[in-house]
Design a protein around this ligand. Sequence first.
Ligand code: ADP
Ligand code: MG
Length: 686
Amino acid sequence: MNLNSSLGLVKGVGEKTLEKLEIVNLRTIGDILEFFPRKYEDFASLTSLSEIKPGKVLFKAYAEKVSMRRVRRGMTITEAILTDGKDKIKAIWFNQPYRVKQLQDEEEFFFSGKYEFNYNRYQITNPSLMKREELPKNQNFSGKDGEIVPIYLQKKGLKTETIRKILAELKPMMKILPETLPEIIVRKEKLISRAQAIEWVHFPGSAEEFNLALERLAFDEIFELILAAKLNKIENEQLHGYNIEPKIQDVRQFVEKLPFDLTQSQRLASWEIMQNMSQDFPMNRLLQGDVGSGKTTVAAIAALNAVKNGYQVAVFAPTEILAQQLAENFSKTLAWCGISIGFLSGKVKGKARKTLFENLKNGNLDILVGTSAIIQEKVEFSNLGLVIIDEQHRFGVAQRQKILEKSHQKMPHLLAMTATPIPRSLQLTLFGDLGISILKEKPEGRKPVQTEIISPASRAPMNARIRAEVLNGRQVFVIVPAIQEGKNEEIKSVEAEFKRLKRDFKEFRILQLHGKKKSEEKEQIMADFLAKKADILLSTTVIEVGINVPNASVIVIENADRFGLAQLHQLRGRVGRGGGGGGDAFCYLVMSSNAKPPQRLQEISKTNDGFILAEKDLELRGAGEIYGKSQSGEINLEFASIGDTKMISRAQSAVDFLFENQKDWQEYLREKPKSLEKYQRLTLLN
Ligand code: ADP
Ligand code: MG
């Protein structure tokens, strides 16, 4: 048997088990050795019911009374009184009707969960259950330090005990797991071997061993992420790019004609971009700035600089309307500089399309702004030198690669713009060695959006504000999480809210928008709203991306407690973008219930600074949600926390150290682990 052998060779694994393992992608011995626990139960926290305290608890008990009832729309509530023979507590499960049968066997279980004040009393909600037989046999589970039990993903009949049994059979084989870090790094950082770490995460002998194992595996993840970013940079620098010189004179003229002064950040970013484009290798830069920080102006400067060097520029936006807004903005500011600007989307057809293509091919057109139609079509440039992507998160990796292929000889420069603020620690790991320009401050005179948390019972002042703003000629967004009415009445839907708004605001014109509508229809609705054909736009979060409706002054977010911080901030950015009638802007975060608002709502009502909020979000929630899922792949760190700055700086200096020792570095690169490739794709912009 080796790491590639089928799990069918393991003692006790039959056909049925093999099928279940297959469902979670476990086929080989190597697969299961690296199938890490979903969580751990630490029996050091075992408590008796007489000493139970609020917080995370683990105790042994059996159920005395079990009952189940159905509440509205198919929801079930299972309740039980748990006792250890002396004391009692109440447990409650939502939508887990199978608990009834499980509990009625009168058996003893270890219960694990959070003991907290809920629904007017202390109780434990949705605790998980473990039978003694399901736990490893060789320990007592009496509450001693070091009794740490791994719990594996349970899915489609695959049980934690099954995984545990197979792993126990394979324990001797863990020794042959290969080392993935360079030896000099393992020594320098005084880390345990990877083989040892994997053995200990599956079979933690003591708290100390366990912690060493977690440390080692977390280090691996951060180290590889940082290394991947470095490799990307090195590979990028080996590509040939166009030498685009800073045209200081032209840029100065352009800036002087703008109706406003550039902010300090806009100046710095423009300068960084121009420097970057004058190097021999292609620029790979991210321009980050909150909504309304003025990214488009910086992009226009970059475009101007490329055109004045004789190159063409392609500018992408994720939707038709955004592309149109960009094209208009560029035309307004750049056309008088003698620059020609074209627009392409699926809607540009026939002769207009043909002429556009010809002009592009023979070099008569300087800048092409458009949707992804630019990639899908057989668009040919005469000499594409710069690609600008607005809201890069909406583009997939493959799409970006295609854009770059439009340039014949060399790699064009790339400038990606995003309004999603990336916290510092993420910048270091994900883009450590790529260029990032940040627009820190907003243009002067911009007022912050006044943000208020609303309890569902007290909507009156909010409604009064909506009325006043609409009567004043302004427009309102109302955001809900769902499209149709569902089981949970608390969750607002476009369907239900439309009826309510019709009732509450009889005289106002209301449009509805959601992701199930065809994209052409969606575009039309947005265009109508932009053209002030409605007062209120009721929508799901599809309006999140950078659409500019300068006339909108109020955004209402229903079920705000169901949204993440970053998303709320993005949504709020739809109003108060300036450029319109000035005036104040308002954001109302409406709670689902009268419960206490979660901390993130309080944070967002305190500040309008996206970067501060991004840091907070990372602190409150971890990285996956903020960055991972919106990116085409997933970061999916199992052990490390991407906000762990100590670990990041430690791994950073280890990467530098390895790079300085060229012999070890080269050797490592020859056999680099597979995970590194995945991270390299993640940390790449193009
Ligand atoms: P975003 O970063 O969200 O893309 P935009 O580039 O669309 O922001 O800019 C928002 C608005 O601010 C536009 O109307 C733009 O003309 C204006 N603007 C940009 N820079 C400045 C500045 N330095 N001072 C005043 N207004 C500015
Ligand atoms: Mg923008």
